[in-house]
Design a protein around this ligand. Sequence first.
Ligand code: PLP
Length: 370
Amino acid sequence: MTATATPQIPILDLKPEIDELRPEIMAAIGRVLDRTDFIMGEDVHLFEQEVAAYLGVKHAIGVNSGTDALVIALRALGISPGDEVITTPFTFFATAESISMVGAKPIFVDIDPATFNLNPELIEAAITERTRAIMPVHLYGNPVDMTRVMEIANQHGLKVVEDCAQSFGARWREQQTGTIGDFGAYSFFPSKNLGAYGDGGLLATNDDALADAAQMLRVHGSRKKYHNEVVGYNSRLDTIQAAILRVKLPHIERWNTQRREVARQYNEGLKTIDGIVIPKLTEGHVFHQYTIRVQNGRRDELQQRLAKQGIGTMIYYPIPQDELPIYRGQYRLFEESKLTSKAVLSLPITVKKDDINRIISSLENFSVQI
Ligand SMILES: *Cc1c(COP(=O)(O)O)cnc(C)c1O
């Protein structure tokens, strides 16, 4: 008997995109080698201009990572020990970590299970006299209700740093995420919607003084070489990464549209399956992740079953931040985050039609076997 090997469907495969753009990318890297302007070279400046134009923002500032973008944003805003920053417990560690890194305290508010994002209606109750800022995260590429967040921030005199690591190209009511608050912080980690081939990050702001502060902080706290004014960072966007990002930026709208289309097809195929809750295809959502909720405590079982069939999935995130050992015991329970962390499962999102159908069939079979 001949067994045909079932092709594996990984959670993410960067190869097709690399194959599509390889000649252009190799040429772009070659031009950097010819110029040897590896640090803050021509491509960094051009990328900053091009990405600012794309986002519709006055200043774009390339940095070394999304994490550094968050830290530098908080530092530029003067957030320091004793201050509190309100954010979500249901996120990647870098969000809360950046707040802790500047010596401030993350104050978590629970999420809205329908959006996976922090519930804006819970923010006001968490505000104290120490609160200085709100850090909403557009999780999975789904924009937070920024109208409500800005309303609360303005009422209480708070700064807003948008964590856009997962939402490059996402829009809240026609406006790009990351251009509504004081700062938007983006990541170009290879798996993000706009990914470099190494680490990279970006800050966006419409405020000249904040842009100046961030530009100073990324080069050791100096405006003029050797005239260091504050303790800063060595956190520049690498020229080779900027050159790669310049090749990729013109494709981001198409790629994000494809992600939305895959999400639409999943939703169509999965909407009638018992025990699975599908995500809303909200306006402006760019589906960094397509994440379902598996009911009745059967998430891990489903994940294992799919793995046996060669279908890769991931759990973003299995532990809410307030339950991590470094924060545990400092907070009350955030029930929705806790329940969500035990139910979420992200399916492959950069996949072809045949693979989508195969994944949908696997989920249908799983449901039948309840
Ligand atoms: C990836 C990510 C970050 C950190 O970005 P890096 O470039 O890896 O430092 C921050 N916040 C969220 C929500 C992320 O997903």
